[in-house]
Design a protein around this ligand. Sequence first.
Ligand code: GRF
Length: 218
Amino acid sequence: MKSVVILISGRGSNMAALIDAAADGALPVRVAGVLSNRPGAPGLEIAARRGIPARAVDHARHPRREAFDAALAEAIDAWAPDIVALAGFMRILGDDFVARYAGRLINIHPSLLPAFPGLHTHQRALDAGVRVHGCTVHFVTPALDHGPIIAQAAVPVLDGDDADSLAARVLAQEHRLYPQAIRWFAEDRLRLIGARVALDAAQEGGASLVSPRVSARG
Ligand code: GRF
């Protein structure tokens, strides 16, 4: 079974969704550990309560980005994971770090990329007047929020939404989408074709609405 290390910065609800999916068998991975760049991240406590090793690599103690990245990589590599999943991890990672985990570094972003990379995605979606918003799971590449898309889930933008109500609607989909996307990876069903991700749908018996590319093999 593949193992995953989850990187967080805050409340850790996506982390909890992954841990819970792994615990109930819906996600066939072993969560080896959780790391936060913030010692006070509530997610650390949530992980520990679920019996998952969790610790901080405090970015404030490593003012130079290269030093922080190296300390983080050392902590990750101690668990020798197959997958590194960013779940609300709020530090920009250097190119060397991204290259070290190329092809197994995955992120969830709260917008339908390539729309609204970066921060404050829900308010920006409202300001832009889009009628459909959502979330994206993607491979991480050096360009921020621009890696190959593994899966997306869309939600409507409703009249009367504010950033909080829209964020809550998206977050419910994030908790569904992230375990599913990581399951596909863990089952070796994702193939990179150029900048696109193809999903081997053989075991699913049909196309998934949340996959941009489905190949019909088998
Ligand atoms: C999520 O919306 C995630 O997509 C974004 O940051 C938020 C983290 O929330 N990157 P949580 O810590 O998983 O609850």
